[in-house]
Write a protein that binds this ligand. Structure first.
Ligand code: EPZ
Length: 417
C-alpha cells in the first residue's frame, strides 16, 4: 500500500501540464460499445479509473489498449457478454456508463448496481427512469440491474435532478434509439459536451449539449472515430489552489480556463492574482488569503469536486468561511482529517464552518475519497513538519503521478511504496 510523505513549507513555482479529463475519458470509453468499429482516443489520463474501465470492457469482449502516453484504442466488434460484474463495478461507480450503450446496441444489459461510496448513496434511479421512458424493462435482482428492450424508442425525458452520468447514459442510449429523444434539465458539464462531440464524430445527431435541453435523433448505426479528450478542469483547479495555499507562482498549462471559471473567480475573491490565456493560466499569491464563503452547484457554478480542495485553502483564510455542499450528502470526510492537522472546522449537515488563521502541523492522515485525498495533500504542503498520507489509491484513481508534478514545482513530496 503506497503512502505519500510531505514536508510542508515551500511555496510552489514553475509550470505544470494538465492531463486529460478522467470524467470525459470514462464515458468516451463506454461509448466505444456503440459501434463495432475502431475508436481511437487521445489525451486519456493514465489513472486507475481508466484501467478499471478497460478491464470492464475487456471482460465483455472488447479489445482495449491504454498507454501511459495518453492514447487508447478500443474495438467492440466481438462483445460476448453484456454483463458488468460486481467485482469490477464495486471499485468504480462510473461503470454504470456501460448501461446506456449496451441497451442502445444490444438491447440487453446486466449491470451490477454501483452501491454507495464515501461521499454518498449515489443512486441510479434517474438512469433507470430515463431508459424505461425509452421502452426498456429494468428490474433490480441480486444487486444487479437487468434491462432489456425490443428496440429503444425516442422519448421526452425530464431529469428531476441534474445528473452528469445520467445525462451521458441517456445521450448514448438515444443515439441508436428509433426517433427523437429530448433530455430536459440535462447536465451541462464540459465532459457532457465532450462526449456529444465524440458521438457526433461517430455519426450521431445531437444538439443542445452544453445547455439544459439536449435533442438526439436516433440513427441505424454509428461508425468509428478518433477523439481528443478535453483537459481535466478539476486537476487544473487543484493545482490552482496548490499555488494559492503555498503563496506560490504557478503556470498551469494544457488546460481550458473557461472550464473552471467559477473556481478561478472564487480564487481571485480570496486574494489570488489570476491571469488567464486560451489554454493556460497563472496563479500568484503573495498576500493574505481572504476567507470567502462558497456553495457547490452543478456546472457552471462552483463544482463539488473542488470543495475539499477549497476547504484546505480556507483553513488559512483571514477569518471565518462557510462551505455549503449541495450535491452530495456526505462529502466532508476530509474535514475530520484536516482537524487532525490543526484545522478548526465545524460540520453541520450540508455546511462546514471553517475558521481561518489555523496553523497546520504534519500528521498521519487517511485518504477517504479521490478529492478528499487531494485536499490532504494541499494541507500537507503548508503544514509544519512531516505528513504521511495513507490509502493513496484513492488519489491514484483520478490523478496521474501528482506527487511528481508537485515535486517539479518545488514541493518536498515523495511516494513511499
Ligand atoms: C459525476 O458523478 C462525476 N463522476 C463526479 O465526480 C462528480 O462529483 C459528479 O458528477 C457531480 O459533478 C463522473 O463523471 C464519472 P451525479 P455522478 O449523477 O454522475 C443524485 C470524481 O471525483 N442522483 O451528477 O455519479 C446524486 O445522488 C467524481 O471524479 C440521483 O439522485 O453524479 C447526487 O446527489 C466524484 N439519482 C446528484 O444527483 C440518479 O440516478 C448529482 O449526482 C443520479 C444522481
Amino acid at each position: 500500500m503506497d503512502k505519500i510523505r510531505v514536508i510542508g513549507g515551500r511555496p510552489l513555482s514553475g509550470s505544470v501540464k494538465i492531463s486529460g479529463a478522467k470524467n470525459a475519458a470514462l464515458p468516451a470509453m463506454a461509448a466505444s460499445l456503440l459501434t463495432r468499429d475502431r475508436i481511437e482516443l487521445e489525451n486519456v489520463p493514465y489513472v486507475r479509473d481508466i484501467l478499471t474501465m478497460r478491464n470492464l470492457l475487456e471482460d465483455m469482449g472488447s479489445e482495449v489498449e491504454v498507454t501511459e502516453d495518453g492514447s487508447a484504442v478500443l474495438q467492440s466488434s466481438n462483445i460476448r457478454s453484456q454483463e458488468a460484474p460486481y467485482e469490477l463495478v464495486k471499485t468504480m461507480r462510473a461503470s454504470i456508463l456501460v448501461l446506456g450503450p449496451l441497451l442502445g446496441r444490444f438491447c440487453h444489459a446486466r449491470v451490477s448496481l454501483p452501491g454507495g461510496c464515501a461521499i454518498g448513496a449515489r443512486p441510479v434511479n434517474l438512469h433507470l427512469m430515463g431508459l424505461e421512458k425509452m421502452g426498456a424493462k429494468c428490474r433490480i435482482l441480486h444487486g444487479y440491474v437487468e434491462a432489456s428492450v425490443e428496440k429503444l424508442q425516442g422519448a421526452h425525458i425530464v431529469m428531476d435532478t441534474i445528473t452528469v452520468t445520467g445525462t451521458e447514459n441517456m445521450m448514448m442510449a438515444a443515439t441508436l434509439a428509433e426517433g427523437e429523444t429530448v433530455l430536459e434539465n440535462a447536465a451541462c458539464e464540459p465532459e457532457v459536451s465532450d462526449l456529444a462531440d465524440m458521438l457526433r464524430s461517430m455519426g450521431a445527431r445531437i444538439e443542445g449539449d452544453g445547455g439544459r435541453t439536449i435533442r438526439v435523433r436516433g440513427v441505424e448505426e454509428l461508425h468509428g472515430c478518433r477523439h481528443h479528450i478535453i483537459p481535466d478542469r478539476i486537476e487544473a483547479g487543484t493545482f490552482a489552489i496548490a499555488a494559492a495555499i503555498t503563496r506560490g507562482d504557478v503556470e498551469v498549462e494544457n488546460c481550458n480556463p473557461k472550464h473552471l471559471s467559477s473556481v478561478l473567480e472564487q480564487l481571485s475573491r480570496t486574494g489570488a492574482d489570476i491571469e488567464s490565456g486560451t489554454n493556460r493560466f497563472r496563479v500568484q499569491c503573495d498576500g493574505p488569503i481572504l476567507s470567502k464563503n462558497v456553495t457547490t452547484y452543478p456546472y457552471p457554478a462552483f463544482p463539488t469536486d473542488m470543495q475539499a480542495q477549497y476547504m484546505a485553502l480556507m483553513t488559512q483564510g483571514d477569518g471565518d468561511s462557510i462551505i455549503t455542499e449541495t450535491i452530495f450528502e456526505n462529502r466532508f470526510m476530509h474535514a475530520l482529517e484536516l482537524i487532525r492537522m490543526g484545522a478548526d472546522i465545524a460540520v453541520e449537515g450540508r455546511q462546514a464552518l471553517v475558521k481561518g488563521n489555523s496553523p497546520l502541523s504534519g500528521a498521519r492522515v487517511l485518504a477517504s475519497d479521490l478529492r478528499a485525498s487531494a485536499s490532504l495533500i494541499l494541507a500537507a504542503l503548508i503544514a509544519s513538519g512531516e505528513t504521511w498520507i495513507d490509502r493513496v489509491y484513492h488519489l491514484d484513481r483520478g490523478y496521474h503521478r501528482i506527487e511528481e508534478k508537485l515535486a517539479r514545482l518545488g514541493a518536498n513530496i515523495e511516494r513511499v511504496r
